[in-house]
Design a protein around this ligand. Structure first.
Ligand code: ACM
Length: 603
């Protein structure tokens, strides 16, 4: 007995002696807790011999003041090219006496500072705060850690884009993929083609679910939209750069480009007056694809990319290539001739011919081409990088052909999908719960890991009408993406991650960033039982919850039946209601699914 107590005591000693492991997202590569804390006061000073680092520290930790010499400081920042860390890694040591942050390059200092911010209390007064003693050595698993924002379906202004970039930087993302053009709006000023924004940036205003949105009325004014001037773009690119984020512009073609066609109708096979559509109802009905067989199309693309290349210093231009409807090409006389001249067997090869010509234009501006995985169809352009969204398969195929890939499989990475039970979420489709997103593995077994640049989350905004909802759809799933692309694979532990997510909700509250609380809600799925009845499966993403449900239209509490296993829906039931409890208290929302929806879910 005594010996057992002693043993337990010895085991607990390190826990009491060392601090509690801090909630860092993404989890660092290695973290070793020390004993005690380093206390800060208004007199605490930092020192760095580098003016660049001093400026970065004052920007990122404005409450920390510089010392004029090392002897007056307790906090030290320095570049050290000899550290055995990659070019974004950092080494952070904190003892009760001092703190040192070292990195091989400025990016590593930046990421170390983000970690330091997460070590600080959520709210603290500049006069007194403390950080735990520890040693972190950290570096990212992937060099491409992205989020994509669609600003075409709805326009989000410059101030919001900066806030989004700020938030990305806090979680060590380094690529902002800016989906600047699509059918429903052209958002980048091109000075040599002014109608792109005079006409292409504006559509008729509509509210409601995407698939219900009505076409424009005759004579209706296209008053809804907006665009970024070239000055706005330069400002955002510089803002992102200061946060070690590269902006990748996407100009989607040959499909998803009705906004440009409305401005310049000669770009299609069947030129006809059109307007910027508020919906997707034109698809296959009205020619909505660039004509790949008319030289003026390539003149247009050259004009656009000349200006795009000057605005974005990063190495890539994303040219889309997804979901182009090629039916009008089949009926087009100039396309028939082009296909004959170049011995193209089908319209897939014609799209490949188009993308290869576009790649030459992109390269003539000193840039590299990225496209969605449809650019594989009909043959890849010689130096293309592929962004895989139809699951991982496009990426696997491109890597087989020795092309670099970025993994964004929709099942895990599409931030526009439902993240909780659809009955309690704004309109969407499919689903990608936080627990699903967290299990993404960007490197399939069959693929050479060197060809996988990384991964990203994509937010399409057909059903995202305003900035608060952009945030709701992004967080917390972007936490999961951040960890997938930064942290070592072996560190992934969903229940443990959730405790960190909950702690970061407090940070988001403090930063006035919206986020989804969907992980607190139960999730109802339905199967068809061989007996013909519906079989109900109740789930919850949080560990340690109990689910109480009713099938008699009463409101469940902790005296209702507790869910232990799938059950058959009794005859006559017209809805299932479920409420989760944690530690004896209701958690999240009451989920209520009527019979009509249960039947749909069973299909
Ligand atoms: C896509 O989702 N169309 C890339």
């Amino acid at each position: 007995m005594t010996i057992r107590f002693l043993l337990v005591g010895l085991l607990l000693l390190p826990l009491f002696g060392k601090g509690q492991v801090p909630a860092l997202i993404p989890a660092p590569e290695t973290l070793e807790m020390g004993s005690g804390t380093l206390k800060f006061s208004p007199q605490t000073r930092f020192y760095s011999s580098s003016p660049e680092i001093r400026a970065m520290v004052q920007d990122q930790l404005p409450f920390l003041k510089p010392a004029s010499s090392a002897s007056g400081a307790t906090v030290f920042f320095e570049l050290n090219p000899k550290l055995s860390l990659n070019n974004e890694g950092y080494d952070l040591r904190i003892s009760p006496k001092n703190l040192s942050l070292k990195a091989t390059q400025m990016a590593g200092i930046f990421y170390g500072l983000q970690t330091l911010r997460q070590l600080l209390p959520v709210s603290f007064s500049a006069s007194s705060y403390a950080v735990p003693a520890l040693h972190i050595q950290d570096q990212p698993r992937f060099g491409w850690r992205g989020l994509m924002l669609d600003v075409s379906r709805h326009f989000f202004d410059k101030a919001f884009v900066k806030k989004y970039i700020d938030q990305m930087a806090r979680y060590k993302f380094n690529v902002f993929h800016w989906h600047l053009t699509d059918d429903q709006g052209w958002r980048i000023e091109i000075k040599s083609l002014p109608k792109l924004t005079e006409v292409g940036a504006w559509r008729v205003p509509r509210t409601g679910r995407w698939w219900d949105i009505a076409n424009p009325e005759p004579g209706e004014t296209p008053s809804y939209g907006g665009f970024y001037t070239q000055e706005d773009i330069k400002e955002i690119v510089a803002y992102a750069r200061e946060r070690h984020i590269t902006v990748v512009p996407e100009i989607d073609m040959p499909g998803h480009i009705m906004s440009a066609i409305a401005a310049y109708p000669h770009l299609t096979c069947e030129p006809a007056p059109s307007e910027v559509p508020p919906n997707g109802k034109f698809y296959k009905v009205k020619d909505n694809t660039l004509n790949p067989c008319n030289e003026s199309t390539y003149t247009f693309i050259d004009q656009v990319f000349t200006e795009v290349a000057q605005l974005f210093p990063g190495p890539y231009i994303h040219v889309g290539g997804d979901e182009a409807y090629r039916g009008f090409w089949e009926k087009c006389e100039s396309c028939r001739q082009t296909m004959q001249t170049h011995q193209l067997k089908n319209v897939e090869e014609l799209q490949s011919y188009f993308i290869k010509r576009v790649e030459k234009i992109v390269q003539s501006k000193g840039k590299k081409l990225i496209g969605w995985d449809e650019i594989l169809e009909g043959g890849l352009a010689p130096d293309a990088t592929v962004m895989s969204w139809h699951g991982l398969r496009g990426g696997i195929e491109a890597a087989k052909q020795n092309h670099p890939v970025i993994m964004t499989p929709f099942q895990f990475c599409y931030l526009d999908l439902y993240q909780g039970d659809p009955s309690a979420e704004p309109a969407s489709y499919g689903n990608a719960k936080l627990s699903t997103t967290y299990t993404l593995e960007p490197v399939p077994d069959s693929v050479d890991a060197k060809l996988v640049l990384g991964g990203q989350g994509n937010l399409w905004t057909e059903n995202v009408p305003h900035a608060r909802h952009v945030e709701y759809m992004t967080w917390p799933r972007a936490f999961a993406i951040a960890e997938v692309v930064w942290s070592p694979k072996k560190k992934r532990d969903f229940p443990e991650f959730l405790t960190r997510v909950e702690s970061h909700f407090k940070r988001l509250d403090q930063q006035e960033v919206n986020y989804a609380r969907s992980i607190y809600n139960p999730f109802v799925s339905v199967r068809k039982h061989p007996s013909g009845s519906l079989e109900i499966v109740l789930e919850h993403e949080m560990p340690g919850t109990q689910l109480y449900y009713t099938v008699d239209n009463t409101i469940p509490d902790s005296y209702a039946p507790v869910y232990t296993q799938p059950f058959l829906l009794p005859k006559g039931t017209d809805r299932v209601k479920v409420l989760a409890y944690r530690n004896g208290k209701p958690l999240g929302r009451l989920i209520e699914v009527p019979l009509t929806d249960l039947e749909k879910r069973a299909k």
